[in-house]
Design a protein around this ligand. Structure first.
Ligand code: PEP
Ligand code: MN
Length: 338
């Protein structure tokens, strides 16, 4: 249910409504809009008092059900787009934010070299995996904490905030100490315990769609993080599995306008995993910006032929620089900038 408050209600009155919602057994989430403040009351309604009783309060304008199964992620609860701040970088505003870096952190020199290069080309956030979810247990699994230290060093040298994947609940605390944004990978999209834990950190979360995740399931996964009290969620379309095998996955660009229609959360696109081939990254990156993505996450490696993971889909720094130049007019054509 959403409890729409009358215009001009103050903080103490909002607190009072929240107190009553808690007393009735629900969790209140305050959403302050430009014109109105609403409080979303979430929780199982069976066996609990009817929230419509709150209409009796003088500060309450109306109490309305949220039609979608996802509540806090829904546009019904918040009409304005959410802006997520990652150490000063805003995702969900006028600027299309490009995140770039290698699939895996391999060494300090590799990370620093790539970080300097992508920064010069205009990337605003640095990516790199220290904990790698690999299909084969024999493949490179990541440098773990040492990888996090290399990311921290690259951030120190360039000032770029860092996004990195957290694979399991046991390492959330450690990864959160180093990362500016936590990435939940495609394979963990329905690891509900992990989603709750990253929700509790309050850190920005880059939530990647699973390869067989419907839009509704995707938004319900976001809801786990939001309902744990963390509003800083960015959705990432990274390709889904279809009958097509020419590309690694099928990049579902429909997801961008569909998610924008249903949710206020920012949406970014990963054309690297979405295609699996470096030469397909630029055209799909441009397509993503053209259809309204708030950002991109792109794999860049100084020597893709030597990469320990995802070399075939990684751009060399020179190709990344070229892509950034070509993206600028696309962003401009849809009223954004890079
Ligand atoms: C990655 O970003 O390197 C990664 C493993 O992505 P995904 O979870 O989308 O496969
Ligand atoms: Mn990768």
């Amino acid at each position: 249910m959403i409890i729409v408050l009358k215009s001009g209600v103050g903080d103490s009155e909002i607190d009072e409504v929240c107190r009553r919602i808690t007393e009735m057994g629900y969790s209140p989430h305050v959403i302050r809009g430009e014109f109105k403040t609403v409080v979303a009351a979430v929780g199982e309604e069976r066996g609990r008092p009817d929230l419509r009783l709150l209409e009796a309060l003088e500060t309450v304008e109306s109490v309305m059900p949220v039609q979608q199964p996802f509540k806090l992620a829904s546009k019904e609860v918040r009409a304005e787009p959410t802006e997520v701040r990652i150490n000063g970088v805003v995702v969900g505003g006028a600027v299309v934010v490009v995140m770039a870096g290698p699939c895996s952190v391999e060494s300090e020199s590799q990370m620093c070299e790539v970080a300097e290069a992508v920064k010069v080309s205009g990337a605003r956030i640095l990516r790199g995996g220290a904990y790698k979810p690999r299909t084969s247990p024999y493949a490179f699994q990541g440098l773990k904490e040492q990888g996090l230290q290399h990311l921290a060093e690259a951030r120190k040298r360039t000032g770029l905030p860092v996004v990195t994947e957290v694979l399991e609940t046991e390492s959330v605390e450690l990864v959160a100490e180093y990362a500016d944004m936590l990435q939940i990978g495609a394979r963990n999209i329905q690891n509900f315990t992990l989603l709750r834990r990253v929700g509790e950190t309050g850190k920005p979360v880059l939530l990647k769609r699973g390869m067989a995740t419907t839009i509704q399931e995707f938004l319900l996964s976001a809801e786990y993080i939001l309902s744990a009290g963390n509003p800083n969620v960015i959705l990432c379309e990274r390709g889904i599995r279809t009958f097509e095998t020419t590309t690694r996955f099928t990049l579902d660009l429909n997801a961008v306008p569909v998610l924008k229609k249903l949710s206020h959360l920012p949406v970014v696109v990963d054309p690297s995993h979405g295609t699996g081939h470096w030469d397909l990254v630029a055209p799909m990156a441009k397509g993503a910006v053209a259809c309204g993505a708030d950002g991109l996450i792109i794999e860049v490696h100084p020597r893709p032929e030597l990469a320990l993971s995802d070399g075939p889909q990684s751009l060399k720094p020179s190709k990344f620089a070229q892509l950034m130049r070509e993206l600028a007019p696309v962003a401009e054509a849809v009223g954004r900038s890079l």
